[in-house]
Structure formats: C-alpha cells, structure tokens
Design a protein around this ligand. Structure first.
Ligand SMILES: [Zn+2]
Length: 302
C-alpha cells in the first residue's frame, strides 16, 4: 500500500513524508531551474500591504486557472480567518497567544492527563467553529469545482467549512481530520462531536465511550498521531497528476502537506499561491497573490 517514498521521481527531500504529523520538520530546499526570482523583487512593499494584489498578477493567475483542467486546490487556515476562525501559528494565533493550548491537541498529554481533557472538553464547547459560516473564499472553491476543473481539494483545516459551503465530499480530503467528528481511542466507535458536547453540557466533564469506556477525542489529527495513510496517498497521487496546484491561505510550512507542492511542480504542474504572507515556494510559483482571499479568489474563477 505504502509506495509513497519510492513511487515518484521527486528529487527533493520530503521531510516528514509520508508519516506522522511533524509540523516542525525541517523545510526542504527548493531549486526549480526555471524559477522566476525577479518577480518578488519587483514588487514594492506598498503592493504587499494593500488588500488587493496588482491587477496584472490577478489576471495572470486567472489566465492560468482558465487554462487548467485538473486543479489540486490546497487550503489552509487563511481561508477560514474571514469566517472568524483564528489560525494557530499567526501573530494572533491560538498557539501563539497561549502555548499551553497546543497540549490539548497533543495525544500523549491528552491520553495521560484527565484534568487536561476536562479543560479541553470545556474549551471545545465554546469553540468558535460552531458558529462559523463559510465565506466568499469557500464559495469560490465550490464555484471552481462546479466548473469541472477541480481534481481534488486538500485542506489542512479541521473546521469542516468546505463541506458546509457545498464542496463535493468525494473530492475533499481533510488531511488533518475534522472537529466535527468524535471517536473512541480504544474501539472503533465514531460519532458526531455535537452528541459528545451535549453530554459535556449535561455535566459529564470527561465523557467516555458508551461501548467500551475508552477515552473519547475529536476526529482531528493530534500531534503525535499519524495522518490517515489513504488520505496521504490520494493527495500525493493527485499532486503528481494535476496541471495546477492552487495554494490558498496556507503558509506551506506544515509537512507532509507542504511536500505536495514540489511534487506537483516537479511533475510539470503550474503553481499559484494566494496567501497573506510569503511562503518558501513563492519563487517557484507562476503567480503569487497577497490579499483578502474572499475578495481575490472569486476573481480567479473562469
Ligand atoms: Zn470505545
């Protein structure tokens, strides 16, 4: 099953691939021979600081999307911030402001510390995700799907908003899982997180599996847990088989997801990046756009 490491001619080191969630793995060195590294230098700080990228850049990206027919859309926290969901590692990120918060999503701490689980369930009841609605960025992805150009949508987000917006579940990979599901850590039970949260609201501080008594958790992939092998394989296959990778709202710094980008580029795909901050792959990109995702992404639709 696992032929990821040997199945491609990918010449770059793939830190962390294919395995465990390793968000702090070393970054690979990307040296694409035809990379146009003049583009970033040409752009003034003023351009980067405005909400709207230069019109010629938008037009170039729109033209690339128009000419593509098998797009791998890769999304991260940036597409959901306009829905009121804070990111994790940005300046106002959940983990930046409260380093302890990361422990709630670290499997070793979670399994071994009942008090941490109790606080975690209490926080989960108030998760801003529950009241969040998809925004114009999510809706633009749906519109792109309906144009027939989307090969696969791989999201690092666990908020479920792509599915809420109407993206086809058959074409969505939630590579880091979803906050909307619950699972038992001891048996195969899976259910809705809303049912478990109802039990928390009713007074169970650390609700246990009703089948086996095991510890329950959300279906997000915690630190220290492996990603789902089939999801990884599907994403990697799609990266090797797409003609455009459209990276939206992701810093492209978390592996193994970030490794999809060089894999796609090295197998001939174009690369368009729409993100608030620079990424390590900007110099390899055919177009780099900074600005509001909800405003810019709809302009790229064919
Ligand atoms: Zn169980």
């Amino acid at each position: 099953m696992n032929d990821i490491p040997s199945s491609s001619d990918h010449s770059q080191p793939r830190a962390g691939w294919p395995g465990a969630a390793q968000p702090r793995a070393d970054l690979p060195d990307i040296n694409r021979p035809d990379a146009d590294d003049s583009r970033a230098d040409d752009r003034s700080l003023d351009d980067r600081d405005t909400d709207q990228p230069p019109a010629d850049q938008v037009e170039e990206a729109r033209r690339i999307v128009e000419q593509s027919s098998r797009i791998l859309v890769l999304t991260g926290a940036g597409i959901s911030t306009e829905s009121g969901i804070p990111d994790f590692r940005g300046p106002n990120g959940v983990w930046t402001k409260d380093p302890d918060a990361e422990k709630y999503s670290t499997i070793e701490y979670y399994m071994n510390d009942e008090n941490l689980r109790i606080r975690g369930w209490s926080r989960r009841v108030d998760n801003p995700t529950w009241g969040a609605e998809p925004n114009a960025g999510h809706e633009a992805v749906v519109a792109l799907e309906r144009s027939g150009k989307v090969h696969l949508l791989v999201t690092q987000n666990v908020d479920g908003l792509h599915l809420s917006a109407g993206s086809d579940p058959e074409r969505v990979v939630e590579i880091h899982g979803s906050v909307r599901g619950a699972m038992c850590t001891s048996c195969d039970w899976r259910g809705e997180i809303s049912d478990v949260l109802d039990r928390v609201r009713a007074g169970e501080s650390d609700p246990r599996c009703e089948l086996c008594g095991g510890i329950l958790k959300s279906t997000t992939i915690f630190f220290g847990e492996h990603l789902v092998e089939a999801d990884l394989q599907r994403s990697y296959d799609a990266a090797g088989d797409c003609d455009l990778i459209l990276a939206v709202g992701t810093s492209l710094s978390v592996y193994p997801v970030a490794a999809l980008v060089p894999h796609a580029v090295n197998t001939g795909a174009k690369l368009v990046i729409l993100n608030a901050e620079e990424t390590q792959f900007d110099l390899s990109a055919d177009a780099v756009l900074r600005g509001s995702i909800g405003e810019v992404l709809p302009q790229l639709l064919p």
